[in-house]
Design a protein around this ligand. Structure first.
Ligand code: ZN
Length: 111
């Protein structure tokens, strides 16, 4: 810090006051001329960036019991006239899940 009185660089901070997280006041003294002055520093406090949560859909969801091919086959079997119950037994998943698949309520990314 340069002295405002004599432009000497021989200065010392005698006291630092953290007013807020954004504002710091420093009380300084010049060792050459004895001038005392105060500086105010303002910081931009970075806002925390919200974490982007990657939510996999359809069969990329790790909980999925069936593959993309299964979804296509389930819809195919449904069109062939098999009941949701028959398809459910074949794949070992819930009948309501079959219903959601064939009605495009889930796995909507697979066409
Ligand atoms: Zn000075």
């Amino acid at each position: 810090m340069i002295c405002r009185q004599c432009s000497s660089g021989n200065t010392r901070v005698t006291c630092t006051e953290h007013v807020t997280p954004e504002v710091t006041k420093r009380y300084c003294r010049c060792l050459d001329c004895g001038h005392k002055y105060r500086t105010v520093e303002r910081y931009e406090v970075a806002k925390p960036v919200p974490l982007q949560v990657y939510k996999p859909i359809g069969t990329r969801n790790g909980n999925s019991l069936i593959t993309d091919e299964d979804v296509l086959m389930i819809r195919h079997l449904h069109q062939k006239g098999l009941s949701n119950g028959q398809i459910a037994i074949r794949y070992g998943i819930n009948r309501s899940t079959i219903s959601r698949i064939v009605n495009y309520k889930t796995y909507t990314n697979i066409k």
